[in-house]
Design a protein around this ligand. Structure first.
Ligand code: SAM
Length: 218
């Protein structure tokens, strides 16, 4: 795949339109919309497919995985209520698009990917286009205990259940956003850690993610 890092008027215009489309679909957090407006999603596509980059579609990124569609990225980002400086664990780096959105929102991001091919590419591309995160290769279904606790945890692949080990890595007041269901479809779930042993769970809309594989997942 040949990446090219040029932002032409056509891509700028398409990005603006994408933000308008997301507003129409119900994304209302201005900070999230601004972040989507800043991250150059076409940088994660081969130039041949740039016309696809600002459509609200998932797209193959190699290793049998996808870049999530922009609505899903915006939806999960909104649920996280990121504050500047929040320590965020992202499980499923993929190509790093969601990582960039989190960074634009002011988060300090720890991101983990299990596919070495994607990890190798993303650790090169993100710093090259100006985004700094802490990258890890491995099974994120167990979280990353060494750097816990986190203000927020986002899982970008579909899990069969909420891994309890992730809840233990949240700060009190912290939020976990995770799609939970079977391999065909998942409900977006947010869990807020309200005290040491109490968690509030909210079940939201239906999505379709690639599976979260690993010790605490499929
Ligand atoms: N966040 C990406 C984006 O910005 O579009 C999309 C990620 S893709 C939908 C889900 C990713 O989760 C895939 O790259 C997949 O390899 C990864 N994944 C699945 N199970 C994982 C696990 N246990 N640990 C880390 N990554 C995992």
């Amino acid at each position: 795949m040949a990446y090219k890092f040029v932002d032409n008027y056509r891509e700028k215009g398409a990005r603006k339109k994408l933000v308008e489309d997301l507003k129409k679909r119900g994304i209302s957090d201005e900070k999230v919309l601004a972040a989507i407006g800043k991250v150059k999603r076409h940088y994660f596509f081969d130039e041949t497919f740039w016309v696809q980059a600002y459509l609200d579609k998932a797209f193959p990124i190699g290793a049998g995985q996808t870049i999530s569609n922009p609505y899903t990225v915006a939806y999960q980002s909104e649920l996280l209520h990121i504050k500047k400086g929040d320590k965020v664990l992202e499980i499923g780096t993929g190509c790093g698009y969601q990582t960039c959105v989190l960074l634009e929102l002011g988060a300090k991001v720890y991101t983990i990917e299990r596919q070495v091919k994607l990890y190798d590419r993303t650790i090169q591309v993100l710093p090259h286009i100006g985004y700094k995160a802490e990258f890890f290769l491995g099974d994120g279904s167990k979280g990353i205990a060494e750097y816990a606790p986190y203000d927020k945890i986002i899982v970008t692949a579909g899990a069969p259940l909420v891994p309890q080990i992730l809840l233990r890595q949240l700060k009190i007041g912290g939020i976990l956003v995770i799609p939970v269901g079977d391999e065909k479809e998942q409900k977006m779930v947010t869990v807020i850690r309200v005290s040491e042993n109490d968690f509030d769970k909210i079940i939201l809309d239906t999505f379709r993610f690639v599976p979260l594989l690993g010790d605490q997942a499929w």
